[in-house]
Ligand binder design. Structure first.
Ligand code: UD1
Ligand code: UDP
Length: 374
């Protein structure tokens, strides 16, 4: 089988590592994988660092679309992906998550009848103001196989009629839904030892295990709303000051751009906040493994905190990863100063449990076997 994997944004490059590794180690004679990078993320520390650290093959195609408005960026991707698909025979494409690169791949391939396999299908925030919610709903609808990472995701697809829909694709087949576990869990487990061997981030920043908070902020509703960004940053600074605890904040370029333009959003006293460039995967994995607690608006970092049994304050109005909240390991605090402080206190002062919820760390293998069977 010849498969095209489409990636573009940081989390997709990381997720693709798990599947590429499984192709190479488990299905080398059955699956030929080619990689297309849309170029949505392009800074070295948002893209190339992951190829270098995680052993992902270099992309066979790079569209180099760069940044832009949703419409123009997605349009450039659709047209570039279509050209590659029309000029090369592929039996299917693999897409990850919910970015504009995901949407573009789904639209381009489905219109020319190439089966779409969507990894991280079925997640819903039920917040249509999120660009990601739009992307994932469209992509699920266009997918031949929806690979759901959790039972909640399967339930969402069931509610939307995916399990008994009469819709068929040109090959006569109906959409399939498969609960395969989470490829991010595969990755975090696989790379945790390597991270301990290779990362020097704790020494570099002078951090003691268990004595710092890891924070990330990049969601558009937080970065593009000064009140929300101000509230989050001031809550972080006040927690750091009150509890005498360091905050490590690897800053996404989107957030960096806003703070460069409006430095007044930063707290006056940043002495306990280490703002660093986006971290490589070994460094972020090490920071997650050793944090006292995580505060984030990232989908991926929420889950990785859970994998490493760290409580998480979720800086969003809702989450797709509801299991984390339902088990008390995460608290939704939105970008509300008081709620962030209260959630932090609650999670620091009470024991938290982390049951196994995200599969058995063999999601990639299950996904590839299901694609081969299909
Ligand atoms: C995108 C995804 C989001 C995902 C995130 C992961 C969409 C709609 N959003 O958000 O779901 O959680 O990636 O990180 O697809 N920039 C750089 N260098 C880069 C990349 C981006 O400077 O290498 C800056 C540019 O100013 C750009 C901005 O970041 O305009 C936003 O980038 P973009 O890819 O549009 O969205 P993200 O916020 O990264
Ligand atoms: N990540 C990273 N460096 C960082 C912050 C995050 O490598 O400085 C990784 C993180 O470990 C996770 C993925 O990026 O695997 C999550 O991506 P991001 O937060 O950009 O997007 P989201 O998951 O919210 O779509």
């Amino acid at each position: 089988m010849k498969i095209l994997t489409i990636i573009g944004a940081r989390p997709q490059i990381i997720k693709a590592a798990a599947v590429s590794r499984a192709v190479k180690n488990l299905f080398p004679s059955q699956i030929e994988e080619k990689i297309l990078h849309t170029g949505q993320h392009y800074d070295t520390n948002m893209s190339q660092v992951f190829f270098d650290e995680l052993g992902i093959p270099q992309p066979d195609y790079n569209l180099g679309v760069g940044s832009g408005s949703h419409g123009s960026q997605t349009a450039r991707m659709i047209s570039g992906i279509e050209e590659v698909l029309l000029n090369n025979p592929f039996d299917g494409i693999i897409l990850y998550g919910d970015t504009n690169s995901t949407l573009a791949g789904a639209v381009a391939a489905s219109k020319i009848h190439i089966p779409v396999f969507h990894i991280e299908a079925g997640l819903r925030s039920f917040n249509m103001a999120m660009p990601e919610e739009v992307n994932r709903i469209v992509c699920d609808q266009l997918s031949s196989i929806c690979f759901a990472p959790t039972q909640t995701a399967v339930g969402n697809l069931q509610r939307e009629g995916f399990l008994d829909s009469p819709a068929t694709f040109r090959d006569g087949r109906r959409r399939r839904v498969c609960n395969c576990g989470d490829v991010m869990y595969d990755n975090s487990m696989y790379f945790s030892t390597l991270a301990r061997q290779h990362s020097t981030i704790l020494q570099d920043l002078g951090l003691q295990p268990g004595q710092y908070i890891l924070a990330t902020i990049h969601r558009d509703n937080n970065t593009d709303d000064p009140m929300r960004l101000h509230a989050i940053l001031h809550a972080l600074a006040d927690i750091a000051e009150h509890d005498n605890i360091r905050i490590v904040l690897p800053l996404h370029p989107r957030t960096r751009k806003i703070l460069n333009a409006t430095p007044a959003l930063l707290p006056a006293d940043q002495s306990k906040i280490s703002i660093i460039p986006p971290a490589g995967f070994f460094d972020i994995n090490m920071l997650e493994q050793n944090a006292r607690l995580v505060m984030t608006d990232s989908g991926g970092v929420q889950k990785e905190a859970f994998f490493f049994e760290k409580p998480c304050v979720i800086l969003r109005p809702e989450t797709e990863w509801v299991e984390i909240v339902n088990h008390g390991a995460g608290i939704i605090a939105d970008a509300d100063y008081d709620r962030i402080i209260t959630a932090y206190r609650q999670l620091i002062d009470h024991p938290v449990h982390f049951p196994h919820l995200f599969g058995d760390a063999h999601a990639a293998e299950k996904i590839l076997q299901t694609i081969l069977d299909y």
